[in-house]
Structure formats: C-alpha cells, structure tokens
Design a protein around this ligand. Structure first.
Ligand SMILES: [Zn+2]
Length: 251
C-alpha cells in the first residue's frame, strides 16, 4: 500500500493526520505563534477581555515616551509585568515546538510573544518579533547587559526599559527580515494561536504561500482570512494539539 499523498490532504482520516503528513514531508517548516500558545502558561494577552491592556496603568505606560513622563511609574509597571513573565513556565505546546525543532533542525520558530517561553522550553534562535519581557535594555544606547542599578545603564547612565516593541515603535528590522526570509523559504508554514491580523503577522503567511508554501492553521477560533487558503485547519488549543502532532511524527 502506498502512503497517502500529503499534497492531497482530503484523503486523510482527520485534519490531525493530514497535518502530521504535511509535517513529515516538509523540509523547511516555519511555526508562527501568538498569544494562544502561551495562554495555558497564564500569560495575559494583549487583546483578551482580561488582557494586559485593559487596565488604566497599561494605557499609561504602553508607549516608550511614557518613560520620560513618569520614570518611576513606568519602571514599576513594567517591572511587575516582567516578574509575571519570569515566574511563568512553558506549557506542553511550547515543549512540542522545541521538540519539533530537534526532530527537524531547519524549523524556524517565529513568535509575537514577548514571554521568552519558547526559548525556555528549548527552542533555538527564536525570532521574537516584539522583543522580550525577559530583559531590559538601555533606552538611549541600546545596551542589553545588566546589571541595572536604580534602573540605570552602567554605560551611559540612561534609563532601562523592557526590550519589547511598544505602541508606536517599529519592529527590529533585522528580526523582521529574518522572519520574512524564513517565510519565503519555507515549504510549510504553521500558524499557532495567533489571529494574524496585525502587521507583520498578517503578511508572513501570505509571503510563504506566494512562494508555494503549504499552510496549517491551529487556533481556537476560526481565522476567516486564512482558513480558506490553509491545507489543513486544526481547531483547538495548542497545548492539546501540538503534543499530538509531535506524537504522530514520532517525536
Ligand atoms: Zn545606555
């Protein structure tokens, strides 16, 4: 008996089986993840009803200029957010993606998340589009290495700020370019727990598909703008589905 052709995903018994076949046949996989991946780790998301950005202080300190306006309030607010992230642990979804990368070393992990949990789970060279809440950087000279006595940079004396992209700021162009190239070179692009509405999340799957990459969407809610173009749509949580995908791959 011949193995079902992974290019015809309708011949599989379930979407999960079809996704496993696509992963097995892919040479260069890009996994693009968003807040849904970290929800089971207790990381508050930007846009959920109970999200990070609903509180008044979040609105006050979500722009980098807020540091100059109120350095003490800014530092306190972000310090608290950073300690939430620091005490969070990777969930089975993060661990499955790190495992996928061990099985298939050409796999690139691109994320909108700033919690560093993919790296903590063992992911390598994770492309963090929005930076990381696991480190500070100098607001002036870009120094990323501490210590930060009184939240000041030891090189230039300026204030420390979290190394994340805040509202009104540009993404790190080098990280973005690497993600775009990875998307274009991929033959399988998987969206995990991201609504992929905001830039550049919206652009990356399009870049991949324009070069012939197949698309898998894995999300709790439908993604109307992407699901129609996907070879496989997986509906559910990443902490449930990703370990099952990996088990199917023999990982
Ligand atoms: Zn500095």
């Amino acid at each position: 008996m011949t193995r079902p052709d992974a290019t015809d995903t309708t011949s599989f018994s379930s979407p999960l089986a079809a996704a496993i076949a696509l992963l097995r046949d892919a040479r260069r996989i890009v996994v693009f993840s968003g807040a849904g991946l970290s929800r089971a780790s207790g990381i508050p998301t930007y846009r959920d009803a109970d999200g990070l950005w609903k509180s008044q202080s979040a609105l006050q300190f979500s722009h980098a200029e807020d540091l100059k306006r109120d350095p003490a309030g800014f530092t306190k607010f972000w310090g608290q957010r950073m300690s939430v992230v620091e005490s969070a642990a990777p969930n089975p979804g993060h661990r499955a993606l790190a495992q996928l990368q061990r099985l298939r070393p050409a796999t690139r992990l691109v994320t909108q998340n700033v919690d560093g949990l993919l790296t903590q789970a063992g992911g390598l060279d994770v492309l963090e589009l929005h930076g990381s809440l696991r480190r500070w950087r100098c607001d002036h000279c870009g120094n990323r290495s501490g210590p930060w006595p009184f939240h000041r940079c030891l090189r230039c004396g300026s204030h420390a700020r979290p190394d994340v992209v805040m509202f009104g700021e540009m993404l790190n162009p080098g990280v973005l370019l690497e993600a775009q190239v990875a998307a274009q070179e991929s033959d399988l692009f998987m969206v995990v727990g991201s609504t992929t509405i905001v830039y550049p999340a919206a652009e990356l799957p399009e870049l991949a598909m324009a070069r012939g990459s197949r698309l898998i969407t894995l999300n709790l809610e439908p993604l109307p703008h992407l699901d129609d173009s996907a070879a496989v749509v997986l509906r559910g949580t990443s902490e449930d589905l990703l370990p099952r995908l990996l088990a199917g791959l023999g990982g």
